[in-house]
Design a protein around this ligand. Structure first.
Ligand SMILES: *[C@@H]1O[C@H](CO)[C@@H](O)[C@H](O)[C@H]1NC(C)=O
Ligand SMILES: *[C@@H]1O[C@H](CO)[C@@H](O)[C@H](O)[C@H]1NC(C)=O
Ligand SMILES: [Zn+2]
Length: 493
């Protein structure tokens, strides 16, 4: 009787390589998507579909109790010389600590699925590779993860209800291709973007990191009160540039997203989104999280763009949204792209999105660079950004990076409420790609290679240090700005 009940509440999960050709043709998958994490896409086909999934080495099939909260852990792509924590199932179990006895019996595997799991499977671990793991945890444990797992491991909370997998529609891609094919140097764009102020960027970053000694900001961790100080400050700064801004709280106690908008001068629903994340993460056991590079650099770049829009009197033909996300580093929450790209706005016309995440650091002795996503992102948008970089910031060496997965993969899924308690269980797992939600998107990053910043997710991530290159930050901000100007269309007032 008990067994029957248990099995009834088991859910089947299927994990595919994100670009697996079968996905698009299988409604059992496309209608039951749980997001893309790293290079893997997770699906939860309904029982009626379950028989059509035979586990293979490539595509594991996992049974899990439906009450479990699923969490994806992804080891960041770091340069080899950076020290990292061993990513074994043993070390994962060690960091996760003893499983609470109240929860230990509430999920299980069935015999069949267990024998297909290759790695030694622990109590929490459903699936494990050398760079990622899928965990089942008690929902109560989710908040502590960003304090208990090593800071170089990214944590993503999966939504508890599936949503449709939507490839970027062909017309949206065709629109980007059109922009790319007609792209040519515009001296007006060059003049406007060169007005980005480096001294202003230095000032702004020192405020956000607390290096200036005036802001009093110790940390911009999403749970910290200083993150709210940063949010308020950003809102006021963006508003000074003529934008209309809102602080969008997605959960009590967490820093809000700062969502700003410049209205279009033409009657259009087209919207171009540029973004960064202002929350940060420090070292194990330290309350200091200055986030000077991750992602104070992208956030300050965004602010520098806004300040230049004001100084130059730029108006846009399309709608323009500038968003500073929170919850990025805490993985669970996350950018409420739902309201920014839209609830009832699924039909909203998002031409494209460019997220800037970590744009200031390169190894000493290396040239300034621009890293574009090798794996995730819309190839056409990535190509557009690469070509714009060649035109307007030729000093940047452009290449691909495996460091992946920021808000450009953000999800427009709504918060999930527990059916009985009405408690909010998960919010938006930020890694359910924009890309797979039908929006053309890409990311700009600091290096044509893995993460090399020795202060990645470290309390030493300040702006005044070797390898932190303000010129590169400005060059990449120019690329993001030029993309915005070319795609949205503009006039000078
Ligand atoms: C983009 O840049 C590449 C490399 O320079 C070039 O071959 C290609 O023609 C450009 N694409 C367009 C549409 O201009
Ligand atoms: C704007 O465009 C929409 C749809 O094309 C149209 O229905 C509406 O009347 C237009 N509004 C104005 C002010 O021109
Ligand atoms: Zn980041």
């Amino acid at each position: 009787m008990i067994i029957g009940k248990l099995i009834q509440s088991l859910t089947v999960l299927v994990i595919y390589p994100h670009d697996h050709p079968d996905i698009a043709f299988n409604e059992c998958l496309t209608q039951n998507y749980l997001g893309t994490y790293g290079t893997q896409s997770v699906f939860v086909p309904p029982e009626s579909c379950a028989n059509s999934f035979a586990p293979t080495a490539d595509v594991p099939v996992i049974n899990v109790h439906s009450d479990a909260q699923l969490v994806w852990v992804e080891r960041a792509a770091l340069e080899q010389h950076l020290t990292d924590y061993p990513f074994s199932s043993q070390s994962l179990e060690l960091y996760l600590g003893p499983i609470s006895s109240a929860y230990s019996s509430s999920y299980s595997f069935n015999e069949n699925s267990q024998k297909h799991l290759s790695d030694p499977v622990g109590k929490h671990i459903l699936h494990h590779t050398s760079t990622s793991a899928l965990l089942a945890l008690s929902p109560a444990r989710i908040k502590e993860l960003s304090f208990t797992l090593p800071p170089t491991w990214r944590v993503y909370v999966l939504p508890s209800a599936p949503f449709p997998f939507l490839p970027v529609p062909e017309p949206a891609i065709a629109r980007v291709r059109d922009i790319l094919s007609s792209l040519k140097f515009d001296p007006e764009v060059a003049r406007i973007i060169s007005d980005i102020s480096l001294p202003q960027i230095r000032n702004d970053i020192r405020f956000l990191t607390g290096e200036d000694g005036k802001s009093g900001i110790e940390s911009r961790h999403s749970f910290s009160s200083d993150a709210k100080v940063a949010a308020e400050w950003l809102k006021v700064r963006f508003e000074e540039t003529g934008a209309r801004c809102e602080l969008r709280a997605f959960l009590t106690g967490f820093a809000p997203n700062v969502v700003c908008r410049y209205p279009s001068t033409e009657n259009t629903t087209e919207t171009v989104l540029i973004s960064a994340h202002y929350d940060s993460r420090g070292s194990f056991g330290s309350t200091r999280a200055p986030g000077g590079n991750d992602d104070g650099s992208g956030t300050t770049g965004l602010l520098a763009i806004a300040r230049t829009i004001k100084r130059q009197g730029v108006t846009f033909r399309s709608n323009v949204e500038l968003v500073a996300f929170a919850g990025e580093e805490q993985g669970l929450l996350v950018p409420d792209t739902m309201r920014c790209v839209g609830t009832a706005q699924r039909d909203k016309n998002l031409t494209l999105m460019v997220q800037a995440d970590m744009i200031a650091y390169h190894e000493p002795g290396e040239p300034p660079q621009l890293g574009l996503p090798a794996i995730i992102g819309t190839a056409e948008v990535t190509q557009l950004v690469a070509n714009i970089s060649a035109i307007y910031s030729p000093e940047l060496v452009v290449g691909f990076t495996p460091a992946c997965c920021s808000d450009h993969q953000a999800s427009p899924t709504p918060p999930i409420f527990h059916s009985q308690t009405n408690q909010m269980l998960i919010y938006h797992s930020h890694d359910q790609s924009f890309h797979h939600q039908g929006f053309p998107a890409t990311q700009v990053f600091e290096r044509a290679g893995p993460i090399a910043d020795p202060m990645y997710h470290n309390s030493g991530d300040i702006s005044e240090r070797t390898g932190y290159d303000f010129e590169q930050l400005k060059s990449i901000a120019k690329v993001q700005f030029a993309t915005l100007l070319h795609v949205a269309g503009f006039d000078l007032s």
